[in-house]
Design a protein. Structure first.
Length: 121
């Protein structure tokens, strides 16, 4: 048995809000949706060459812990600004890291930390 691919699934109480955030902030495109009870309960998104799942979980009692996303972007400053405009809150503004990458951190509307990075040139 070999693993062919993997992707994270973020659980949220507000699926439409989180999907809108990833669409508006990072250009995510919906590639699949599963509906139950007349509403979406799971959506798959494509972000660049990556995949991300969003699942409805109305029983979540607290912000997510222990998970974060890392997105490599072309322009950290522009992606950071777009994420803030789309509803993220700032954790760390764009800055040059000692290892050569430019990095910023935001928290998405569902509570997840999103690292934005640009590889060293």
């Amino acid at each position: 048995m070999g693993v062919r691919s993997s992707f994270p699934i973020l659980s949220t109480r507000d699926l439409p809000r989180l999907e809108s955030f990833y669409r508006d902030a990072f250009g995510a495109e919906r590639t699949y949706a599963f509906e139950a009870g007349g509403r979406d309960v799971y959506v798959a998104l494509s972000i660049g060459d990556s995949a991300l799942g969003l699942g409805l979980d109305e029983d979540l009692r607290a912000e997510p812990l222990g998970a974060a996303l890392w997105l490599y972007v072309d322009d950290v400053d522009a992606a950071y600004g777009q994420a803030i405009e789309a509803g993220a809150t700032s954790i760390a503004e764009p800055d040059q890291m000692p290892w050569g990458e430019r990095v910023a951190q935001v928290r998405d509307p569902g509570g997840f930390v999103v690292h934005l990075g640009a590889a060293a040139s």
